[in-house]
Design a protein around this ligand. Structure first.
Ligand code: ADP
Length: 263
């Protein structure tokens, strides 16, 4: 009897960060990483100090999407100095490995890597404390999501889905997971909502249309916006210069969603 109380096991604030926002999806390939990089850039353009943590450890896309290739330095072998790209402070496992190198890790290694990226990266290295850290989660409801939401104070999650039934089915599972973890869902985004043919002006609902807004209404969650299928968005992502850096319709759409998040 007696002795010291056990250290608290509850969620910790990510050092150097005011607010953590997670970007999630049920299915892969719905545009979660594209939304993450573009929202990060849009928030930075609106004067916020923004970080982007690539939590998709098995399939890190952010080095390519943000055009970052340098290996982050670790002067003392412990703390890690993140990179800066397009005004956003960035960290990804992909920066530590060759682009075609696989991360073949089981759950505990993944959880350790995420905790290192949260705790050992000097998020405040460039401009002092970050206003917002965007975490690009892997798809699904696995170890990384569980670790983030239980070990870190997460202000909320945003769920990205296409309007297609199979994507929505998995998006509902992600929403159910956040409800179980008591992580607030700040809203839903419908990506690849429609295709506007630049040649003939015809609009096609390739993956359906409106399903995500309907789901948000059904659950009483905010609907943050619909993004079309857009060739420039894909090209800009592949080129490492997110479309939100420009001035077109897509940049406006991302700016609008970013504005809603900080309103
Ligand atoms: P996820 O992170 O959900 O796996 P990504 O963001 O990697 O999805 O997107 C998958 C692919 O779709 C990428 O090639 C990306 O450039 C493309 N993409 C995403 N959103 C759009 C969009 N609105 N219009 C066109 N291409 C898109």
């Amino acid at each position: 009897i007696g002795g010291h109380p056990k250290p608290q096991e509850g969620p910790m604030r990510v050092p150097g960060v005011k607010r953590v926002l997670a970007i999630a999806s049920g299915k892969g390939g719905v545009g979660k990483s594209t939304v993450s990089s573009n929202l990060a850039v849009a928030l930075a353009r609106q004067g916020r100090k923004v970080g982007l943590l690539d939590g998709d450890i098995h399939g890190p896309s952010q080095p390519r999407m943000m055009g970052a290739t340098q290996r982050p330095a670790s002067p003392d072998g412990k703390s890690i100095i993140p990179l800066q790209a397009h005004g956003v402070t960035l960290m990804s496992i992909g920066l530590m490995l060759a682009e075609d190198k696989a991360v073949i890790w089981r759950g505990p290694m993944l959880m350790g890597a995420l905790q290192q990226m949260m705790g050992q990266v000097q998020w405040d290295h460039y401009d002092g404390e970050l206003d917002i850290l965007i975490v690009d989660l892997p798809p699904g409801t696995g170890d990384v999501q569980l670790t983030l939401c239980t070990k870190a104070v997460v202000e909320g999650a945003i769920v990205v889905s296409t309007p297609q039934d199979v994507a929505l089915l998995d998006a509902r599972k992600a929403l159910d997971m956040f409800a179980s973890l008591k992580t607030p869902v700040l809203g839903l985004i419908e990506n690849m909502s429609l295709f506007h043919c630049p040649e003939c002006g015809h609009e096609a609902h390739i993956f359906g249309h409106g399903g995500v807004a309907t789901e948000a209404a059904r659950l009483g969650l905010p609907f943050l916006g619909a993004l079309p299928i857009d060739l420039d968005t894909r090209l800009a992502g592949d080129a490492g210069t997110p479309v939100a850096l420009g001035d077109g319709v897509m940049a406006d759409a991302f700016a609008g969603i970013a504005g809603r998040l900080i309103a």
